[in-house]
Design a protein around this ligand. Structure first.
Ligand code: PNS
Length: 166
């Protein structure tokens, strides 16, 4: 039987425990998952695409069911090239909904063969986002427990205020 593969796209700048939780949930329904890091030259990122991919691989402990890849251009084109037809996105608090709805409808207009499914992030991670993690870490606040250990380490290399956080 053909393997069912889904694409989980995002900025992942950096990957958080909320993302890791979503990958684990998605793997209950799919044989394989492509965690796809979007390369967007118009969006300033803290970590390079290569750094983000490396952190994803380490955080997901090189699970053979998961592939980390980067893409530029349209997400639906990338999904089709991978031989997949499902995009997985995580939903946290209500605030995600409008943006996700817009994106899903646009993707559907661009390619009717690709559909999006949403999984709710674990309750523990409902208010975790890469953006808030970076803000706290840049000011020296510990984000340990909210991000994989590798991200905690890499944040120390990026932010002088975070260097001495145990
Ligand atoms: O983690 P993010 O930043 O919410 O992820 C957003 C992402 C990367 C999934 C979205 O910006 C995207 O799909 N970018 C690729 C460009 C694209 O296909 N745009 C048209 C659909 S809205």
């Amino acid at each position: 039987m053909r393997e069912k593969i889904a694409v989980y796209p995002g900025s992942f700048d950096p990957i958080t425990n909320g993302h890791v939780n979503l990958v684990e949930r998605a793997l209950q329904f799919f044989d394989g998952l492509i965690v796809a890091v979007a390369f967007n030259p118009n969006k300033a990122a803290l970590f390079s695409v290569e750094e983000r991919l490396e952190m994803i691989q380490i955080a997901l402990k090189n699970d053979p069911r998961v592939t980390a890849a980067s893409f530029d251009g349209l997400l639906v084109d990338f999904v089709e090239k991978q031989g997949a037809n499902v995009i997985v996105r995580g939903l946290r608090a209500l605030s995600d909904f409008e943006y996700e709805f817009q994106m899903t409808l646009m993707n559907r207009k661009l390619n009717r063969k690709v559909d999006t499914i949403f999984l709710m992030t674990g309750f523990k991670w409902f208010y975790t986002s890469s953006k808030i993690i970076k803000e706290a870490a840049s000011l020296g606040g510990s984000v340990r427990g909210l991000v994989p250990d590798i991200v905690h380490q890499r944040l120390k290399e990026k932010y002088p205020n975070y260097r001495n956080v145990p």
